[in-house]
Design a protein around this ligand. Sequence first.
Ligand code: GLC
Length: 650
Amino acid sequence: MVEYNWKPEQATKSLNRILPEVEKTFADKLGQAPHEWHKFKNRLHREWERLFIYLHQLYGWQYDFFYTLQRILNTLVQYWLERPAELKLLDEKREAHPDWFLSEKVVGGVLYVDLFSDNLAKLDDHISYFKKLGLNYLHLMPLFAVPKGDNDGGYAVSDYRAINPDIGTMEELFQLAAALREQGISLVLDFVFNHTSDEHIWAQKAKSNHPDFMAYYHTYPDRELPNQFQTYLRDIFPTVRKGNFTWCEEMKRWVWTTFNSFQWDLNYQNPEVFRAMAEEMLFLANQGVEVLRLDAVAFIWKRLGTNCENQPEAHTIIRAFNAMAKIVAPCLLFKSEAIVHPDDVIQYIHPDECQLSYNPLLMALLWEALATRETKLLEYSMRHRYPIPAGCTWVNFIRCHDDIGWTFDDHDARNIGIDPAVHRKFLNKFYTGEHPDSFAKGVPFQFNTDTGDVRISGTFSSLAGLEDAISKQDSELIEQAVRRINLLRSIMVSIGGIPLLYIGDEWGMLNDYSYLSDPTIVNDSRWVHRSRKRWNAREDLTDQDTLEWRFFHEMVKLFDLRKQLPALQNGGMDVIHTGNPHLFGYLRAFKDQKILIINNFSEEPQTMDAVHLYACGVKGDVVNLINNDVLSSGKDLVLNGHQSVWLDIS
Ligand code: GLC
């Protein structure tokens, strides 16, 4: 017998009960824009059923669930009313072209405002630089009010509605968003929603033992529950603190702190937390943010007896946020930051959840292949782990503000004869420069004395050998490093997904060791790649003699080329058989256009023979779009060391 599904009916019933009350509350304002209100209601009716179902899953067991629904609906209407007219227009534009971000034209950059331009006001002067680079997606690292001193690079937020005064004001952010939009650049910000800083007003009230706010966090009078939870949890920052709980002297209770002790995990079992954070999300959307990077998504729901990562409710919460965004600010997209096992990363990617996702696996495996000069793990993993639901895209990056962790799947590795534990050790040694043949200058991050785990910090260029080569003043080694860098860039730009440039990497930024003399960050080696160093010639793009200029120019060239090739839009990607263990190739296609991309991970020339080429569709003479060289029909393809070719086989 099919079980009766009562939820759709009850969803409608609840809406019919609550909506007239809400309409009364906001009658004055709604009366002024009946046409707009009608459009809002259409979206509300479209999304309400799933929102109701999600909320019921999360909070339906609580006696005052109907009150929760009322509060949420009020929030929706309030933030829609506050939404500026120009953003409502953008909503309509995006609703008419919801797949805009899948376009080959979309290219991203990410930066720290204070490191790049000191503050928001000065960032405005650099919009032309972003345009020269070809960016139309700009992610500003967290810039909200934070505690002085160590604040985890902005990820300990004290107030989501205030900008760190050293960086600027919310008004300036709003203006900047508008200025960027004007230039066709979408603003991306973080939504740090797993935790707040312990200086957030909610945490302060909790510290004064206000029960409503203590319920915003996970707090415990003694070690009984923390000990039970702890058995299953991993340490994210083991060098900072063992365990996931911090004693709060004011409250005389233990607080759940997955990351640093000053980052208090929010308690999403409390519907008030869900609603309050939904308001912060919609507030940011109303400032003109088009994509929110959902920070630390994996950790937002706790369940005893599990590792408290990737719980089903984490997905339900994001989907509920997604439904709310679709009603109030439909142009808003979510990008998941799930730096977890690849099987779990993929679970967050869905049009109803996160339409965008970081691709930590590709990033890690590109570095893996660069070290080993072999592509089998990259090839094997990408073949079955690249596909994601239609209407979604990867965000591909080589470096970001965080460390590199070797997140490949152990079974994948074993299936192709690699011992995962031994391999991770090798990679760590390689990238920290301990391995005798290493070209990399990485710095260990969060060495765990219990497990021996460690992750890697360092800039793109330093990890790819440029720092070492420059220090040796060896021009051949410098050229090799340049080729490695261009190889990884070429893949990031062509494999499918939004390429995301960590600003500074466009000109070859090296490690910056000055963090070692700053006591607030000395223990966080990620600051080695969060540098204040700037490229003085950044605005003078004619200075052709410098390495910086070459890097910049190559980057722009690749972005430009990508934008001319519809086959490179963010859709399918087929890994091909190259017949050579050092080559990694894939086919990108759209309508009549087909591009075969082949990358050589070795320093030595490598051949893909004519038989394999033929099997991939190389039938006549074909052009390498990167340098216009022609590969004659029936010939083997010989790639130079670290060369990447984009063959037009349409
Ligand atoms: C994310 C950020 C990282 C931060 C952590 C805690 O992983 O990328 O920089 O330390 O969340 O907020």
